[in-house]
Design a protein around this ligand. Sequence first.
Ligand SMILES: [Zn+2]
Length: 233
Amino acid sequence: MVNAGPRAWERVLAQIEDDLLQGRIAPGQRLPGERALAEELGVGRSSVREAMRVLEALGLLRAQTGSGPEAGAVILARPTGGMSALLRLQVAGQGFQVRDVVRTRLVLETASVTELAGAAADLAAAEELLDAMDQPDLAPAEFLALDAQFHLTLAQAAGNEVVAVMMSGLRDSIEHYTRETVPLLDSWAATSTRLRAEHREVLAAIRDGDGALAGRRVTAHIKGYYADGGLAL
Ligand SMILES: [Zn+2]
């Protein structure tokens, strides 16, 4: 038999997407139960379950167990995990090259700090992260986690949630690579000292409202780290 149309779970997914678009269901709301959805759409309950699992993996839905008014899956208002998972798996499966991920980061981060320089955003959280990175004796992995958080905080401060989520996903997807770069560096002490100084300079340019300079500095900062590890961009 030729399977011409979409599979049943894809129809469930399409219906939920349409319900969201039309405002029939909204983020934060509970979806109807499995049985009700199956009846409404004329599909089996297993197809509904399958669609729910896909939505959950995409970070769009939190499954609830149990029965009563608290049962039923909840549409999430701020999905973030799906993008990271997708990018991470694509890098692991070599669908996306690390170099292309870094290049995409350059585009997004440059735009992000440039915009941030023109806004009167609160930079206290970013500043705190830089202070945390000044602690001596930070292990490279701890340092790099704070580093990633600093970049994400700037993107969030710039106010574009889509850019922030994409940046976070891109950075997560090469986290392994970023850590593996450490042993390839001539000197972690020298590199981390330079990264600290560069972060302060990026933040200073943002504070001064010089978007072009902030953009150039963040580009040089990201390129420099991967170049030290031997990745030609
Ligand atoms: Zn950095």
